[in-house]
Design a protein around this ligand. Structure first.
Ligand SMILES: Nc1nc(=O)c2c([nH]1)NC[C@@H]1CN(c3ccc(C(=O)N[C@@H](CCC(=O)O)C(=O)O)cc3)C=[N+]21
Length: 285
């Protein structure tokens, strides 16, 4: 039986740390603020945005939510972001993805000030991660690293396999694992004999976006299995990219969905927003 990695618990610890630091900042008259922009009315996005707002309240941040109609123009969205860039009470700006098709995602992300880019999606921040000189880490990969640390998973010299090569999760995930001296392989939809590559992994991170895709035959006995997936199964129930019931008896430790990586993503967003406030107030060079 695998050890269960509890993302709810670890995320609560991260948020408690952020809340304590926020209290200290407030004594200096600094209040971190997060603006979240949601375009359209995708129900899943609404849940995530609600969770983000609740987390802001928990840690003592100012939070603002902008709900824009699905047919908002690119110019309207860009001018909202520019006005938020200019405000000293807003430390971080997050534009919830995916955006409706008529909007140019790259152009939208590019107008966010790199100093307020709490998702770390900006080219400057992506580049800084590549060279290991960064302030903001992308929330989901950073959350995975915290979970591995909490479970005492040793990465040095170990084989890590990441399934998925997105800019948001797979690629930065691989980089962070490499920074901890793991030997990292990135797999994707064209990888030949995927299960056998995955079976080499001491640490397996699934970020594919396919419900219950990773089964026991992908997993080396005793491996740490981290499930980044957020899917709905045939009954509409939330499930990950890992077939939990099949993998759990084989793995050494495993994250559940829900209650694994999801809550961590939000906790790391709070950590990034706190960092943004410190940077903008000259407390960090
Ligand atoms: N600019 C941007 N930044 C993001 O960080 C971002 C995004 N866009 N678009 C969508 C994805 C997805 N994401 C999640 C956050 C929290 C949960 C979460 O709290 N999950 C709970 C359950 C949620 C539920 O009940 O549906 C859990 O796993 O326990 C999930 C997914 C952030 N994302």
């Amino acid at each position: 039986m695998a050890k269960l990695i509890n993302g709810k618990e670890v995320s609560a610890q991260v948020k408690a740390r952020v809340a304590a630091e926020t209290e200290e900042l407030k004594k200096k008259g600094i209040v971190p603020g997060l603006a979240v922009i949601l375009v359209g009315d995708d129900p899943a996005s609404q849940v995530y945005v609600r969770n983000k707002k609740r987390a802001c309240e928990e840690v003592g941040f100012l939070s603002e939510e902008y709900r824009l109609a699905a047919d908002v123009t690119q110019d309207e969205l860009l001018s909202l972001i520019e006005s938020l860039n200019a405000r000293s009470d807003i430390s971080g700006i997050l534009v919830q993805l995916p955006l409706p098709k008529h909007l140019d995602e790259k152009a939208v992300l590019n107008v966010i000030s790199p100093l307020k880019d709490v998702d770390a999606f900006q080219p400057v921040n992506v580049g800084r991660i590549m060279i290991g000189d960064y302030h903001f880490l992308p929330c989901t990969p950073a959350g995975v690293m915290e979970l591995l640390k909490s479970a005492d998973v040793d990465l040095c010299g170990k084989r890590a396999v990441v399934i998925g090569r997105s800019n948001i999760v797979g690629k930065p995930m691989a980089m962070l694992l490499m920074h901890e001296n793991a030997t990292v392989t990135i797999c994707h939809s064209r990888t030949k004999d995927l299960p056998s590559v995955c079976r080499e992994a001491d640490v397996l991170v699934a970020a594919i976006g396919k419900a219950k895709f990773v089964t026991a035959d992908f997993v080396k006995p005793g491996a740490a299995v981290i499930d980044v997936g957020m899917n709905r199964d045939e009954n509409g129930k939330l499930c990950g990219d890992v077939d939990f019931d099949s993998v759990e008896p084989v793995a050494g430790c495993i994250t559940p969905v829900p209650g694994g990586v999801g809550p961590m993503t939000i906790a790391m967003l709070m950590q990034n927003t706190l960092m943004a406030a410190k940077i903008q107030n000259g407390m960090i060079k």
